[in-house]
Design a protein around this ligand. Structure first.
Ligand code: PMP
Length: 365
């Protein structure tokens, strides 16, 4: 089994699989970015070349998402975790500002705890009592009031995914952490006011986080005393090059975005491939109900993270061995849940998902 096979069969929860063509380009870029003649690790963030990299990445993102000029696109550091609080301080929240929170899984709970340091999150739905196996129907929640709603479109740990964005309500801002399913399917951009996603699942390596925010919101005053480095306005004004950004990570992200545009086509097409990948893996689990125990209720199953346990957990070591023998990696479940999780991010091919499904079927027999 060569490296290309193993990289293609990397089902890690993130950082995870990358398109082979991007790995090849980055191998070259480590030594020399062709049009610059320098290693990607040694190119100044103040160069015209890097300014063009940022501009092009922002432009492809806008085109893929259908985000017009009324949206600001930022490339920031600090991961998605920093946005748990930074998004709210930038929207002007103070300690006592209520923010409606959908607590749908491990990451929503973490986000809510973090946000509590800068606002007053109010849980409108809590999935913990049910072991985070389902998400709410939007119509079942009381979301009529003004204010802010925060939700996570795809719960990475438990493998739960909303099928639809929340309904639009006048004067209500919708903030979404889209880290694990960003660019894995079309996004209803009009239903959102802020979308943030770190790169290390679908669109690149760790180190850069994308924030999309409606420009009109940047006219609002942020929370009092917000440090400049945590102010979206400062980064927007500097075109995401305020201080030294992660040059190599942003360049890699650009290569992934080009791949998505040129090799895949658009987000409809990406969603179509991702649905086929998920269908293959879930079918292998469902065909062996006495062996596998998928975590999510069927209606909420994620197309990107397939979390499952074994009816007999003592056989886990045997399955791990079978996966390793097949050159498959990254299937360990999150440390909070245990079991297994196959992450089917954009760079995981349909063929790789089908190979995984075949190993799961064979082992179950
Ligand atoms: N949100 C979601 C949905 C996640 O899956 C994760 C990590 N896997 C995070 C936030 C935390 O991201 P980071 O490590 O970039 O802070």
């Amino acid at each position: 089994m060569n490296a290309a096979w193993r990289n293609a069969h990397n089902f890690s929860g993130g950082p995870g699989a990358m398109p082979q063509v991007v790995l090849d380009q980055m191998a070259q870029a480590m030594l020399e970015v062709p049009e610059v003649g320098l290693s990607i690790l040694g190119i100044s963030h103040r160069s015209d070349w890097f300014r063009a990299v940022v501009d092009e990445a922002q432009q492809i993102l806008r085109a893929l998402l259908g985000a017009g000029d009324d949206w600001e696109v930022l490339f920031l550091q600090g991961g998605a975790s920093l946005q748990f609080s930074m998004a709210l301080t930038n929207l002007g929240c103070a300690q006592n500002t209520p923010v409606d929170w959908v607590r749908g899984g491990y990451w929503s709970a973490k986000a809510m705890a973090e946000a509590a340091s800068v606002c007053a999150p109010r849980c409108v739905w809590d999935g913990e009592t049910n072991g985070y196996r389902e998400l709410p129907q939007w119509s079942g929640l009381d979301l009529r009031g003004a204010g802010i709603l925060h939700y996570i479109s795809n719960e990475t740990v438990e493998g739960l995914q909303f099928r639809m964005a929340p309904p639009c309500v006048p004067a209500r801002l919708v903030v979404c952490d889209m880290s694990s399913d960003f660019l894995s399917r079309p996004v209803n951009i009009e239903s959102h006011d802020v979308i943030y996603a770190h790169a290390q699942k679908n669109i690149g390596p760790a180190g850069v986080t994308v924030v999309l925010v409606r420009k009109a919101l940047l006219d609002r005053p942020p929370a009092l005393g917000l440090p400049r480095l945590l102010d979206w306005r400062v980064h927007a004004k500097a075109g995401s090059i305020y201080n030294t950004p992660p040059v190599a990570a942003i360049y890699t992200m650009l290569l992934v975005l080009r791949w998505l545009r040129d090799e895949i086509g658009d987000l409809e097409r990406m969603a179509h491939i991702n649905a086929a990948k998920a269908a293959a893996v879930y079918a292998a689990l469902d065909a062996n109900p006495d062996v596998y125990a998928p975590h999510a209720q069927a209606a909420w199953r994620s197309q990107v993270n397939v979390a499952f346990g074994l009816a007999d957990p003592a056989r886990g070591a045997s399955l791990r061995r079978a996966l390793t023998d097949a050159g498959i990696s990254g299937l360990d479940g999150h440390r909070s849940l245990g079991g297994f999780r196959a992450s089917l991010y954009d760079a995981v091919t349909l063929e790789a998902a089908q190979n995984l499904a075949a190993v799961l079927r064979d082992w179950a027999q």
